[in-house]
Design a protein around this ligand. Structure first.
Ligand code: ARE
Ligand code: CA
Length: 496
């Protein structure tokens, strides 16, 4: 389950948070396939709760997507026909779909609206039916939950003291399902197999920390192989679990590595601390297994700088799109340094925690599409979408990531708030996190002689560099000067 079911030189996920299926299909065709993005993590596709009166009827929070009403493929992102078309069109251009599956729970206690589909209306938003726990769309009732074991919320102290409570009690009021029951497993297997039949490549298991690894093992053992006509024979789905483990807690990410990968929150924390100048970036040249708590072997981790939850913390303890160059340095390093499977976050602009994606007015809050600037392929801010994955520095480092697949990090130079390394024979990367001084290198790049385009300050267009040029001599050496708070990155795919 830990082997990505992606094209072999596209080991990179982009999380198109809250995007519509129709927009993702177009994005695979028009953009992602050209920049080495191998898979899209999509928002949960199942039927979810909906409100008509949230924020005076002006918005629908993004987190309704994490409150399943049924496993029908009908959500704010689109319907089943649109979902199917997206999977087909993305697969056709070699971009896989990873589905965020919410298996830990159903809705928040007392929040049952939406039972007739996302477009339904009528009930008051927080209806007074607390305790009613029937989900006819799936066939779940109170007996399929953990009510008997724990009918209250997980307490903050439980995270330190009780793995049992973390798994058996309610995560912020969400009705907790019993994944140990073969009946419950069967319903979930039907859902997962339906997605596999449609051609998806794998899953992000939401709230993985709140389910027992052994139950998950049995649950996924009953899930089919991914489609052989797309992925080849006998391939298991790729699975990673959302397990937040930064040390000092009762549940450990290491408990999940037999059954897939885990979301490595330690990586984004370490890189963000350096990017925000609270530690020496030069020290990150050791980032990998053994570097601080929780950074397990390469094949077990999905790494990322920020995700849709922690980018909303106040203040975020990780770098996010609002941090400008610090964020570009953090994501740039992630894409250049060979450790784990990276995931790029792609957001919409937000001011408040709950704010939903760009949308039309109620009652349906239909999500509106990103629009693009034809001169530089970025998303127009006026459309409300940030599209970090299209930022020139990030997309070109995504391409660097693709071009350097499999090449070891060598010729490592660690400076004061600066670092540089080669990706043997394929690329060279240098980062300067100082405010005032350049980072000057006269270094072995391991690259063949030639004129290379720095893909951070520009790119290769019509056989010319739109940014800085770097000359590599016949001895493989080059003089490189990295400006403050910047990067120089060259690779064999962007050479004149
Ligand atoms: C919403 C409302 C709540 C309400 C609830 C039920 O905000 O006020 O009680 O509905 O009615 C998301 C949102 C939640 C939202 C939920 C359901 O973030 O605000 O609740 O959807 O709509 C823990 C978990 C981790 C989880 C994070 C958020 O371990 O699994 O909390 N992350 C995933 C998703 C979220 C999603 C859910 C799970 C639920 O990525 O987007 O919630 O499906 C320490 C611990 C962590 C802990 C963290 C925060 O770091 O180590 O384990 O994470 O604190 O508590
Ligand atoms: Ca649970």
């Amino acid at each position: 389950y830990d082997k990505p079911t992606f094209l072999s030189d596209r080991n990179l996920i982009v999380h198109l948070f809250e995007w519509k299926w129709t927009d993702i299909a177009a994005e695979c065709e028009n953009f992602l396939q050209n920049y080495g993005y191998g898979a899209v993590q999509v928002s949960p596709p199942m039927e979810h709760i909906t409100f008509t009166n949230y924020n005076n009827g002006n918005d629908l929070p993004w987190w309704v997507r994490y409150q399943p009403v049924s496993y029908k493929l009908s959500s704010r992102s689109g319907n089943e026909a649109e979902f199917t078309d997206m999977v087909n069109r993305c697969n056709k251009v070699g971009v896989r779909i990873i589905v965020d599956v919410v298996l830990n729970h159903m809705v928040g206690i007392g929040q049952k609206k939406g039972v007739n589909g996302v477009g339904s209306s009528g009930d008051s938003d927080f209806d007074a039916t607390a305790g009613i726990e029937t989900f006819p769309g799936v066939g779940f009732g109170a007996g399929d939950t953990h009510d008997k074991e724990c009918d209250h919320d997980i307490q903050d102290s439980d995270y330190q003291n009780s793995a049992y409570n973390v798994k058996m009690c309610r995560l912020s009021g969400l009705i907790d399902l019993n994944q140990n029951s073969t009946y419950v497993q069967g319903k979930m297997q039907d859902y997962l197999n339906h997605l596999i039949t449609l051609g998806v490549a794998g899953f992000r298991a939401d709230a993985g920390k709140h389910m027992w690894p052994n139950d998950l093992k049995n649950l996924f053992a009953g899930v089919n192989n991914v489609r052989s006509d797309i992925f080849g024979p006998n391939q298991r789905p790729f699975i990673f679990y959302e397990v937040i483990d930064q040390g000092g807690e009762a549940v450990h990410a290491a408990d999940y590595i037999e059954i897939g990968r885990y979301t490595n929150f330690n990586f984004g924390a370490a890189v963000s601390t350096a990017a925000k100048k609270n530690s020496n970036f030069g020290g990150l040249t050791k980032l990998g297994p053994g570097y601080g708590y929780g950074n397990l072997d390469d094949i077990y981790v999905v790494n990322f700088i920020d995700n849709h939850d922690n980018q909303r913390s106040i203040p975020p303890n990780v770098a996010i799109y609002k941090d400008g160059s610090a964020y570009k340095l953090a994501v740039g390093f992630m894409l250049a340094w060979p450790y784990g499977l990276p995931r790029v976050m792609s957001s919409y602009y937000f001011d408040t925690h709950d704010q939903g994606p760009p949308h039309m007015s109620g009652p349906y809050f239909n999500t509106t599409s990103p629009t693009f600037d034809s001169s530089n392929q970025t998303c127009q801010q006026s459309s409300g979408w940030v599209c970090e994955h299209r930022w020139p520095e990030i997309r070109n480092l995504a391409k660097f990531h693709q071009t350097t697949t499999g090449a070891a990090a060598t010729a490592i130079t660690s400076g004061n708030n600066a670092l540089a390394f080669a990706r043997s024979g394929k690329g060279y990367f240098a980062l300067n996190n100082n405010n005032n001084v350049n980072f000057n290198l006269n270094t072995q790049t391991t690259l063949p002689a030639g004129t290379y385009c720095d893909v951070y300050s520009g790119e290769l267009v019509n056989n010319q560099c739109t940014g800085t040029q770097i000359i590599v001599g016949s001895d493989g050496k080059a003089s490189i000067s990295v400006l403050p708070n910047s990067i120089v990155a060259i690779h064999i795919g962007a050479r004149i």
